[in-house]
Design a protein around this ligand. Structure first.
Ligand SMILES: Cc1cc2nc3c(=O)[nH]c(=O)nc-3n(C[C@H](O)[C@H](O)[C@H](O)COP(=O)(O)OP(=O)(O)OC[C@H]3O[C@@H](n4cnc5c(N)ncnc54)[C@H](O)[C@@H]3O)c2cc1C
Length: 455
């Protein structure tokens, strides 16, 4: 980089540090560059000597946004709003804009994003690179279904405007493409007109069968649906949980989201979350909902991002960090498959108190999009001796039930499973061979899972 003009070098400032994803495992020593303009980003791509990877809010859990020995291109300063079309409605913005920033800018216009992941710190670029889904996938699909175009900076320095019909292969490889096709600079996202508050209905269900039946009933009837599941309860109570469904509130003003977000300033001792403490917490959490259910009005942001209420909640699991496992199983195999997965988790004694069950609708448009019709289960698994064996068992169960594991959350999948779970991997690899034949863009996940192929 020594040949870059001095002011560009100062702007881009790189620091080498040990970093982890949101699960804080695994970790990687890598440098980070912070471009402030597309020109800075192009200069980096053209002049860096080692491998690079675009990264956003670092909210993927495992090693997807890590690159040992390479350079991360942090996109957070490329966060300008370019145009707001209130008629369509749609927004054009740079890829470093976060969902929190989107909501803030759109709310005064009575607008919102049609699809949102579960934290406001995800960037638009990161959301596209995983084709993220929200609590309304049955009705709205994933984020890729709402994009008019994406501007992609290729490693050659060329910027291409991708559309689903004009550049179908590169569009499908970039959507859910884990940052490997190029740097997403800008995109145009269609929006929805909505109230900034929701009426949330909570109901509790005694076991997995009842919870799944309630989700099926809600998937097309409610605007949003999601279930929290007690992943410690076993036997007759296996898979009991609380279903949340939500509808936009009638008046558009609604209560404003409170700015009082709490933060966890230190790591909790690793052993604090064990099957007894989590079991007690889960039982209380379950019983706080009366048998007949209850209704509450919440600001939209509070409903979409409940975990953001505790900043740095990933420190709950101590310094060792945690894995997140998220799979989707098809409708037909989900009842037995999910029961077997939960039995395996409860038998392991590993307490997961963040366990979420949702339904998913149509298959995603990206070659490596995660969504497909069925049920998706997400579990936190504290990192302790034996957790990798547990994850390997969950991977086998997912395969046996014809499901797939979500790459955004993964830190442990084996390379052999990827082509089975993601049958469009060969098409993805063909695009990479064309746009980045020298593999200038890399990640620890791409290396671990052999996403590029060719050994
Ligand atoms: C609390 C929490 C809740 C979540 N809930 C959901 C959910 O409900 N649904 C869901 O689908 N996901 C969910 N996720 C996962 C999250 O949405 C994805 O991991 C998302 O990709 C993270 O975006 P990011 O900006 O943090 O990107 P990073 O984690 O920094 O990077 C993720 C990937 O995006 C690529 N990338 C980032 N920016 C760019 C860019 N500008 N150009 C090209 N590639 C880029 C990176 O190379 C990497 O492959 C959740 C994560 C957390 C922590």
């Amino acid at each position: 980089m020594a040949d870059l003009p001095l002011d560009a070098q100062r702007r881009l400032r790189s620091a080498t540090a040990v970093r982890g994803g949101w699960g804080r495992y695994p970790r990687a020593t890598m440098s980070a560059w912070r471009p402030e303009s597309p020109e800075d980003a192009a200069a980096l791509l053209l002049r860096a000597d080692g491998p690079l990877l675009p990264v956003g809010g670092l909210r993927s859990y495992g090693d997807q946004a890590l690159l040992t020995g390479g350079g991360a291109i942090r996109m957070l300063r490329l966060n300008r709003f370019l145009a707001l079309d209130t008629a369509t409605p749609a927004v054009e913005c740079e890829a470093g804009v976060t969902f929190g920033e989107l909501l803030e800018v759109l709310a005064p216009h009575g607008l919102s994003v049609p699809v949102s992941p579960g934290t406001r710190f995800v960037t638009l670029g990161g959301a596209i690179a995983n084709d993220v889904h929200g609590k309304n996938h049955d009705r709205f699909g994933a984020v890729g279904a709402h994009l008019d175009w994406i501007d992609l900076l290729l490693v050659s320095g060329e910027v291409r405007r991708l559309t689903p019909s004009g550049t179908p292969e590169l569009f499908a490889a970039t959507l859910g493409g884990c940052g490997l096709t190029g740097l997403i600079l800008r995109a145009r996202l269609r929006l929805q007109r909505t109230s900034q508050a929701v009426e949330v209905r909570y109901s509790r269900h005694d076991n997995l069968e009842a919870l799944m039946a309630a989700l099926v009933e809600a998937r097309n009837a409610a605007s949003y649906s999601v279930a929290w599941l007690d992943a410690v309860a076993a036997g007759a109570r296996l898979g009991r949980g609380v279903l949340e469904t939500a509808e936009p509130a009638a008046d558009t003003d609604g209560p404003r989201a409170s700015d009082r977000w709490l933060a966890l300033p230190f790591d909790l001792p690793g052993g604090l979350l064990n099957r007894w403490t989590v079991g007690a917490f889960n039982a209380l959490y379950y019983r706080r909902i009366p048998v007949g259910g209850r209704t509450r009005r919440l600001p939209l942001a509070r409903f979409l991002y409940p975990l953001d209420a505790i900043g740095g909640w990933n420190r709950l699991y101590g310094r060792a960090g945690f894995h997140q496992f998220q799979c989707v199983l098809p409708e037909a195999t989900a009842p037995t498959g999910l029961a077997r997965i939960l039995e395996r988790v409860t038998a392991s004694g590993r307490a997961s108190f963040l366990a979420v069950l949702k339904t998913l609708g149509a298959e995603g448009a990206g070659h490596l999009s995660f969504p497909r019709p069925g049920f998706t289960l997400a579990l936190d698994i504290p990192r302790r001796p034996g957790s990798l064996e547990l994850l390997a068992a969950l991977e086998r169960l997912t395969l046996e039930h014809e499901g797939r594991v979500y790459l955004a959350k993964d830190s442990a999948l084996s390379a052999e499973s990827v082509p089975v779970m993601y049958p469009r991997l060969p098409a993805f690899r063909r695009v990479l061979a064309e746009v980045d034949p020298e593999a200038r863009l890399q990640s620890d996940m791409a290396r671990r899972l052999g996403l590029r192929g060719g050994g």
